[in-house]
Write a protein that binds this ligand. Structure first.
Ligand code: AMP
Length: 214
């Protein structure tokens, strides 16, 4: 099964993708994670993308599509893919169709996480992750059970994304509204879009997604 998780920044795409990875053995293909890894490793691609990401704008369609192509090439054909943060433009959506075709895959479902934008700034500016295992936390809604210690792996190192500031979040939302939301009709025409209330609890959203994929 191959699915796209669509929704503005902070809608919970990464959180839900993590659940699907754990529960269904699917692979999460997050272009944001790939780009952050390239920035961390200071690769030529990372150096080029960093300034754009820090501003909250979109990096080029070619760059992200090449990253996805490489991941799909490396993946086992029988393993399902969760596209998280890709596609983000109409050109990427069209390119993804070509890539799926090339890799003998088909798109089963596009799940849009619907959220109240005002709540997103609050969600995003408080979030942080374990620097070791990537478990997600929040300053106000989801602190580790023991302060400063990751529930999942016991690490005491945590990190925050440099683009999770209020100003950048606003730009990222504008980018979503202007470039990403307009790709929904592209998939609606095929009757594969489902909408899930992303303001519900993590477990409730996960249950809804689960029901859609069963
Ligand atoms: P994300 O982790 O999905 O929120 O992505 C973080 C940042 O990486 C975005 O604000 C963009 O600058 C860049 N990025 C990630 N995925 C894409 C994409 N599919 N197209 C263009 N830029 C992207």
């Amino acid at each position: 099964m191959n699915i796209i998780l669509l929704g503005p920044p902070g809608a919970g795409k990464g959180t839900q993708a993590n659940r699907l990875v754990e529960e269904r053995g699917m692979v999460q293909l997050s272009t944001g994670d790939m780009l952050r890894a390239a920035v961390k490793a200071s690769t030529p691609l990372g150096l080029k993308a960093k300034a754009v990401m820090d501003r909250g704008e979109l990096v080029s369609d070619e760059i992200v599509s090449e990253l996805i192509d490489a991941e799909l090439t490396a993946m086992d054909a029988g393993t399902g893919a969760i596209f998280d943060g890709y596609p983000r433009t109409r050109a990427q959506a069209e390119r993804l169709d070509e890539l799926l075709d090339k890799h003998g895959r088909k798109l089963d479902r596009v799940i849009e996480l619907e959220v109240d934008e005002d709540a997103l700034v609050d969600r995003i500016t408080g979030r942080f992750t374990c620097g070791n295992c990537g478990a997600g936390y929040h300053d106000r809604y989801n602190l580790p059970q023991v302060e400063g210690v990751c529930d999942r792996c016991g690490s005491t190192e945590f990190k925050r994304r440099p683009d999770d500031t209020e100003e950048t979040v606003r730009t990222r939302m504008q980018e979503y509204r202007a470039k990403t939301a307009p790709i929904l009709p592209y998939y609606e025409e095929r009757g594969i879009v489902s909408r899930v209330d992303g303001m519900a609890s993590i477990d409730e959203v996960a249950d809804k997604i689960d029901a859609l994929l069963s």
